[in-house]
Design a protein around this ligand. Structure first.
Ligand code: PAF
Length: 285
């Protein structure tokens, strides 16, 4: 697996793979890779002949006071994991390669609708930063398909919308959330948790499971379900940010007759903000 840092070297390597008739798969990441990222690369390897991963901690998607400076940079370990997962090429650009004229004058991509509410409300500008960098990376790599984790459910919806709205010929594949044995969704930010917080953290997923089983039993009083689950989060030491029941396809607030639902949450444990979600498919009545 080669690592390239410039757009010129990236384009040359991808052009060679294309000339060999290969389908190009792409997995964008911010590095500090864990088993969740590895599963995204493995999914890409199953579906494409030549897999490009990127590692770029994108300053444009971090707000003031967020963890841009402290976000873990673990290149050597990441390269080993990518190689073992079957990745063919790593694109690891510097900030100046992606934003050569700085960020203030950078053309931005805004995806209305699905970007609003949830993490879009808690992290103003976040999805604009994600949509902008992903659009740039897509134009740089020009993949046939790209794989994103369902763990970042709203992000996946934003990417699907931008590819559709901007007529990009890229197939977007969502890969299931990978979890630790105790249910905690794998995330680079889990590394910020101390031992006591790590022990408490699975309560976030349990709060979603509680709502899911109530919904399966026929409960439809969404505000009451949310209140109970947020109480469980608080009891475990979380400070809830949001917890919402939405239509899994449109991401609009769930209606009483919706059958495909997603329960999404974000909550703070100490200074660490964790997110999770759970799809709930209800039987047609
Ligand atoms: O999910 C991530 O790691 C990032 O938001 C992404 C998609 C790589 C864009 O910077």
């Amino acid at each position: 697996m080669n690592t390239v840092k410039t757009l010129r070297d990236l384009r040359a390597a991808v052009a060679q793979a294309r000339a060999e008739g290969k389908q190009i798969g792409f997995v964008p990441t911010m590095g500090n890779l864990h088993a969740g990222h590895v599963s995204l690369v493995e999914t890409a390897v199953q579906r494409a002949d030549f897999v490009v991963a990127s590692i770029f901690v994108n300053p444009l998607q971090f707000g003031a006071g967020e963890d841009l400076a402290s976000y873990p940079r673990t290149l050597a370990a990441d390269q080993e994991k990518l190689l073992a997962a079957g990745c063919h090429l790593l694109f690891h650009p510097d900030v100046a390669e992606i934003y050569p004229h700085g960020m203030a004058d950078q053309t931005r991509v805004i995806v209305p609708g699905v970007s609003e509410g949830l993490c879009g409300a808690s992290r103003p500008g976040h999805f604009e930063g994600v949509a902008t960098v992903v659009t740039k990376l897509f134009n740089m790599v020009q993949p046939d398909l790209a794989v994103f984790g369902e763990k970042d459910y709203q992000q996946l919806a934003v990417i699907r919308a931008l590819v559709h709205d901007l007529n990009m010929p890229i197939q977007i594949i969502g890969a299931p959330t990978q979890r630790a044995e105790d249910g905690l969704a794998l995330s680079s930010r889990n590394g910020y948790l101390d031992a006591a917080q790590r022990a408490a953290a699975p309560a976030l997923y349990r709060s979603l499971q509680g709502i899911a089983s109530e919904l399966q039993r026929g409960a439809r009083d969404y505000p009451r379900l949310i209140e109970t689950a947020q109480r469980q989060q608080r009891d475990a030491g979380f400070v809830p940010d949001y917890l919402e029941i939405r239509n899994a396809l449109s991401l609009r607030p769930a209606q009483l007759d919706d059958r495909q639902l997603v329960v999404l949450t974000a909550a703070h444990l100490g200074s660490t903000r964790l997110i999770d979600n759970l799809l709930v498919e209800l039987p047609v009545q």
